[in-house]
Structure formats: structure tokens, C-alpha cells
Design a protein around this ligand. Sequence first.
Ligand SMILES: Nc1nc2c(ncn2[C@@H]2O[C@H](COP(=O)(O)OP(=O)(O)OP(=O)(O)O)[C@@H](O)[C@H]2O)c(=O)[nH]1
Ligand SMILES: [Mg+2]
Length: 312
Amino acid sequence: MSNNIRNIILMGKTGNGKSSTGNSILMQRGAFKEAGWFGSVTKTSEINSTKITDPIDHQEYSINVIDTPGLFDGTTTLTRVSQEIVRCMALAKEGVHAFVAVLKIGHRFSEEEAKAIDHLEELFGPEAVDRMIVVFTNEDELKSPEEWDHKLRTAPPLLRNFLGRCHNRIVLFNNNAYELGKDKARSHIDFQAFLAGFLHRCCNRIVLCDEEAELTAEGKAKLERQRWELLRLVNHVVSENGGKAYTSDIFEKVKDAVENQEQVLKTNPTSETDGNEFLKPAMDELLPRLLSLFVTKVGPVVADKIPCCSIM
Ligand SMILES: Nc1nc2c(ncn2[C@@H]2O[C@H](COP(=O)(O)OP(=O)(O)OP(=O)(O)O)[C@@H](O)[C@H]2O)c(=O)[nH]1
Ligand SMILES: [Mg+2]
């Protein structure tokens, strides 16, 4: 079974749809908080998991999706960046099977986003780029498949170059697929029953709706299709990389720290835990690397006084 674990890290600029994509992969709306819900955006990396069975070969996969904040978009300090990277590593215990760059159709691919890939490569080595897959969100805004072909053909060189480096491993995501076919379905529902259910939810003041239950067959089929397209690419990069997950020296350090901490908690469950303090040695090692990367590539920075420039 451990061969069938897939740890997927979602990266990208704030607002590109990382959390929404995570929810679509899990088919659990609300697993990750999306922007727009109470106006909030992702503040720290989080993990959510699901199990799915391949309809073709019936293999079961444990999918762990790690959602990250828009880390490197100009407002984050180096310490914060290194904390988040280490946190991601701690969450992806078995290593990273795929790095998913989330881009939004219709949004300009900026030079910062392109540079981000270079930085990722320098920080983690070319193996990280070898495992990169690109998800374009907002597929629902495309009028036709021809429009997408046209967009790809006429994409600016910066974007084409990036996609080329990812060997054109691209999946389109419609994170609004939950809504597909709903109008049609609703028209068949007895209006009074719909209204009674709606009022009941309002009176309880908590809208705990089971989105799965509300999914139409059309929405479910679309969500399943796009996540299988992604998983096939994840499986492809895993097999291209010798069947192994990505790891590195810092990663191993983080893994040891997490295992030690788990051991401490097992032998002494009441022991005082000091937040993420046990990850500090790994963070301390990452920080100078990040600093030197930014000093040599981005220009002099004063640690934690100057916001980090864009990596993803
Ligand atoms: N129409 C449409 N809207 C989308 C899609 N994906 C995401 N959105 C919307 O885009 C907005 C941003 O989505 P998020 O998933 O919160 O973006 P994020 O990248 O996680 O943002 P941060 O947490 O700030 O980094 C939300 O309002 C989503 O509903 C999509 O496929 N189609
Ligand atoms: Mg988010």
C-alpha cells in the first residue's frame, strides 16, 4: 500500500485556485478554505487526504493533498518562507510525489512565476522540476476546446518555456464543476421540499451541507475525470523518477525530527509540545540557503526586513 501513497503539493500565486483545486482533487468542497469564504485566504500549509480506487486497474491510492499559502508573492519574510517549506516537508512524510503549479487561465504568467521555477530548482535540485505538473484552473471560462488550443499556441514565450520544462504535463481544472447540471436537477425538485430544506438550514444558522450529496451526475463525472487525469500524470512522474518520492537532505532531517517527536509523544503522550519547535534545526539549515539564494539571484536582502520576492 505504501507504494500507492501520493503526496501532492499545490503551489502558486495567491488567488490562482490552489485551495479550490485541492478540494476538487479530494472531491470535498470546504476541505481547504477557499478565498471568498469569509474573505479569507490560506495562511499556512495544510494537508487533507482521501482514498480512491482506479476504475481501470482497481488499485487503491491514498492521496494526500498539501495546500500552501501564496508564499512568495512579495509579502512574506524569509523566515516565514523557510517555516512553510519545512512545514510542507513535515506534512509530506513519505516525500513529495508531485509538485503541482497552479495557474489560472486568463491570468498573465508573470516573470516572477517563471523565476520561481528557477528558484525551486536551485533550492531543491532539478528533481523537483522533473516532478512538476501544471494545473490550469477556470476551465469553465473557456468557451470551447478550440479556444484553449488557440491560447496554448499563442502563449507568450515565458509561459511556453515553462510548460516545456514541465514536459507539457498539463491538466485543466474546472473547480466550479460542483455546479454542473444543477439548474437542470433543481427544476425536477419539488419546490416546496427545496424551500423547506433551505429554511431548515437557515434556522440552524449553520450551513453544513453535504456537497457530495448535492452533486449532480454531470458534476461528479467531471470532477472524477479531471482528478484521474491529474493522477495519471502524477503516476507518470513517479514512474519516470524510479517509482520514488522526492526527498532531499533537509527533507530527511525534517522526517527524522517528525519521527523523534512522534516517538516522544508515544512514550509520553502528556509531554509538553512546543508548537513546531522540534522543526527548528531543519529550519535553521534552510534559512541560510534561502538567504544565499536570494542574495545571489535577487540582490541583497536584509533577512526578515525585506519581503521575499516571488518564487511561486
Ligand atoms: N470560475 C472558477 N473560479 C475558480 C476556479 N478555481 C478557483 N476559483 C475561484 O478563485 C478564487 C481563489 O481560489 P482559491 O482556491 O482560494 O485560491 P488560492 O490559490 O488558494 O488562494 P490563496 O489561498 O490566497 O493562496 C475563489 O473565489 C475560487 O472560487 C475555477 O476553476 N473556476
Ligand atoms: Mg488557498
